[in-house]
Write a protein that binds this ligand. Structure first.
Ligand code: CP
Ligand code: NVA
Length: 292
């Protein structure tokens, strides 16, 4: 049976740890040019992307396989061919399919009709490939995340949802600082605490992270969000309240002057450029795990 990666919990903790370990080996070595020889991955994206698209394309290329980007507008899917039929047909030819979709449900449907491994390259619900990369980056910088306090500031969005899953799997304490109105209705998530106070969430945290206040698809709430999230900006003096070993991560793209200050990405605690490059290494190890 093919393995899918629609959420972090689709893989065991051991598999995820192996992927992180393998990402580090693949990052160090260039002698892997035929690891995925003969394998083909299709990328079907309903939304914009820089990092996810490029990292998967380069990963397949460097491992000896092939990837192609299929915009929905160019597929018959864009002219009304059913998703189920598309999934069956592409799944009968490809080894893997990376999907970036408006609705998470589209990913579930695709995966259940496709015999190729389905990988979530972002949905409205979650962004597991991103958080896998963040875990890799944290591990490289600070070692094990188990028992650590992690601060998420801002919207409880797709990236934050995958952090909540990671907190459960890897046993760290996720503190989400978020206006009441944007906190999820069901708050009983293992190892996740919600607060309106950024000071409370950041105090003693060894990983501080945030994301845009207006995700793709939320544009109709732009003004309201920019107003309600304005107290949740991370800047160097806010970072001073975190642990002295704290690093800052951001999945990117970022809006300087909103969720982060103009100068934060260049602060010595910011590891965002390493994190962005790590998308490539994590994607390679994930592809090897799913397609091998
Ligand atoms: N972080 C991330 O997924 O970036 P892209 O939207 O550029 O793929
Ligand atoms: N939360 C953001 C992440 C972009 C990588 C969005 O969904 O737009």
């Amino acid at each position: 049976m093919n393995k899918n990666f629609l959420n972090l919990k689709d893989l065991s903790k051991k598999d995820l740890e192996n992927i992180i370990e393998n990402s580090i080996s693949l990052k160090k070595s260039t002698a892997n040019a035929d690891l995925l020889a003969g394998k083909y991955v299709a990328l079907i994206f309903e939304k914009s992307s820089t990092r996810t698209r490029v990292s998967f394309e380069v990963a397949m290329n460097q491992l000896g396989g092939k990837a192609s980007f299929l915009s929905v507008a160019d597929l018959q899917l864009g002219r009304g061919e059913p998703l189920e039929d598309t999934a069956k047909v592409i799944g009968s030819m490809a080894d893997g399919v990376v999907l970036r979709t408006q609705k998470h449900e589209t990913q579930n449907t695709f995966a259940s009709f496709s015999s190729a491994a389905t990988i979530n390259g972002l949905s409205n619900l979650s962004h597991p490939c991103q958080v896998l990369t963040d875990l890799l980056t944290y591990f490289e910088e600070n070692g094990s995340i188990e028992g650590e306090k992690v601060c998420w500031s801002g919207d409880f969005n797709n990236v934050c949802y995958s952090y909540a899953e990671a907190a459960n799997i890897f046993n760290f304490e996720l503190h989400v600082a978020c206006p009441k109105e944007f906190q999820p209705k069901i708050k009983a998530l293992p190892n996740v605490t919600f607060t309106e106070s950024l000071d409370e969430a950041i105090d003693g945290s060894s990983l501080v992270t945030t994301d845009v206040w207006v995700s793709m698809g939320d544009e109709n709430e732009k003004e309201k969000r920019e107003q309600l999230f304005s107290d949740y900006q991370i800047n160097p003096s806010v970072m001073d309240k975190a642990s002295n070993k704290a690093i800052f991560l951001h999945c990117l793209p970022a809006i300087r002057g909103q969720e982060i200050s103009e100068d934060l990405l260049e602060d010595k605690r910011s590891k965002v450029w390493t994190q962005a490059e790590n998308r490539l290494h994590a994607q390679k190890a994930l592809l090897v795990e799913l397609l091998k």
